[in-house]
Design a protein around this ligand. Structure first.
Ligand SMILES: Cc1cc2nc3c(=O)[nH]c(=O)nc-3n(C[C@H](O)[C@H](O)[C@H](O)COP(=O)(O)OP(=O)(O)OC[C@H]3O[C@@H](n4cnc5c(N)ncnc54)[C@H](O)[C@@H]3O)c2cc1C
Length: 425
């Protein structure tokens, strides 16, 4: 039964992940009426467990720093890399390069972290409906005017609003309705992961380090993320074709084939007990060709998804939430919910996302931050900025031409070596 409900809501948010909860909270903080629909009942499982330091600032705006500090989430101070041969790099401690409180972040179980954010939205005044699936975003012409939603009891409602925020993750409806999805030409990865109890853990300041471990031939890499309760999240990322073409769908078999090619992972999980199923996700990167239209906005994965490397997903979700909420609050205050108003944040956000994309692509091309910093020691601070996610500023752009230069030198060196080898043989 469809029952029209005349809502007084200013803003509807679809999805209660980090981007949805944060956007809703930041709008409600300004006294606007916000209704959030989440199809699941929380806590619910989600991948994306490692935060990076710059998430600090939005977490602070949400008023959640005290709860995060008191939580049992493992504190993350660093990242570390392990080569395809199992050789461990020096840890990269965020605080050593940037001695600020924000340099310590967390490894979170997303079921708990997302629940914390959603509860906080509720406590800030957002009307939250769980078990409420948005079936359709309603439009009058090109303008979004509300949603049709199905509740747990099977009933359907039509709810109207001035603005609809689509924060529904990779299953965004608006991106598909307007055919906005642009696939990344390069980043076409997939992941298989599971959870281990009793796997190797470092101690002290290193306990919460994310470790990025390459597989032989550098075809893929494993994430190694220590969570609380002695759980380790361990997953392999590799090109989708490589991971799944002609290898069937037996995730366990493929996972262990990759473990066999990864000397860095084998000893770490040798004495551990698996405590979850094997999960897999195709993670082709994409981005919408625009972040907003009349009466609608896309945030987080609903706008774009990059790659698990460097753990940027939640940072991008929270940052887009912060930027979009500012544009929405300003628009609501002056009665302007036009595309021009709601897209105000887009260019700055895309510039930051592009910088993170650049880092990701450089890693897959074999770029070494260690060698770069050795060559340009004065730029260590800026390299730190990009690694911690401080990407939404122009000053880091001095890095890119120098990276290009280094890449050209490497290509030149390899070409000379190949020519010498050809002459001697
Ligand atoms: C393999 C892998 C590893 C990753 N690792 C990391 C990591 O270590 N660190 C990191 O920061 N990021 C990581 N990410 C990325 C991260 O998971 C996402 O970027 C992040 O969850 C995006 O948040 P979001 O709020 O935009 O979307 P989501 O977290 O996906 O939330 C969307 C919500 O919308 C709800 N929803 C969907 N459709 C509807 C509907 N029709 N009606 C109502 N509700 C709906 C969903 O139930 C969900 O709760 C990883 C991603 C992958 C694929």
């Amino acid at each position: 039964m469809v029952q029209e409900k005349h809502s007084e809501t200013d803003v509807i948010v679809i999805g209660g992940g980090p981007s949805g909860s944060a956007t809703a909270t930041l709008i409600a903080q300004q006294g606007h009426k916000v209704t959030l629909f989440e199809r699941e009942h929380f806590p619910r499982f989600h991948i994306g467990e490692s935060l990076i330091p710059q998430t600090y600032h939005v977490i602070k705006r949400l008023g959640l720093l005290p709860k995060m500090k008191q939580s049992h989430f493992i504190k993350k101070h660093s990242v570390q890399f392990v080569t395809e041969h199992g050789k461990l790099s020096e840890p990269f401690y965020f605080h050593d390069h940037k001695p600020e409180e924000s340099s310590q972040t967390w490894q979170v179980r997303r079921s708990e972290f997302d629940h914390l954010l959603l509860t906080n939205a509720r406590e800030t005044g957002v009307t939250v409906h769980e078990g409420a699936r948005v079936l359709e975003v309603l439009f009058e012409g090109q303008r979004a005017v509300g949603v049709r939603v199905k509740l747990d009891d099977g009933s359907e409602q039509i709810v109207r609003s001035k603005i609809v925020v689509d924060a529904s993750g990779q299953s965004s409806q608006i991106i598909d309705r307007f055919n906005l999805r642009e696939w990344d030409p390069v980043l076409k990865k997939a992941a298989i992961w599971t959870y281990w109890k009793g796997a190797y853990r470092d101690t002290g300041r290193d306990e919460g380090a994310t470790i990025v471990i390459q597989t032989q031939g550098k075809t893929g890499w494993f994430w190694y993320i220590p969570l609380h309760d002695d759980i380790l999240s361990v997953g392999v990322v590799a090109p989708h074709e490589y991971l799944f073409q002609n290898r069937g769908k037996d995730y366990e078999k493929i996972y262990f084939e990759e473990v066999a090619k990864c000397p860095g992972v084998q000893p770490r999980i040798a004495n551990a007990t698996r405590c979850d199923i094997f999960r897999a996700q195709k993670e082709y990167s994409y981005r919408a060709s625009k972040a907003a239209g009349d009466g609608w906005v896309l945030v987080g994965d609903a706008f774009g998804f990059l790659d698990p490397l460097y753990s940027s997903g939640v940072l991008l979700a929270l940052t887009s939430a912060g930027m979009a909420a500012d544009a929405i609050n300003e628009g609501l205050a002056k009665g302007d919910t036009s595309e021009a108003q709601l897209r105000k944040w887009e260019a700055g956000y895309i510039a930051g996302m592009d910088r993170m994309r650049r880092l990701v692509v450089e890693f897959y091309d074999g770029f070494s931050f260690g060698r770069f910093v050795k060559k340009h020691p004065t730029l260590k601070g800026l390299v730190t900025d990009v690694l911690i996610g401080d990407l939404f500023k122009d000053d880091v752009d001095v890095l890119w031409p120098l990276m290009d230069e280094m890449r050209a030198e490497k290509a030149q060196y390899l070409a000379t070596k190949a020519a010498q080898a050809a002459t001697t043989s």
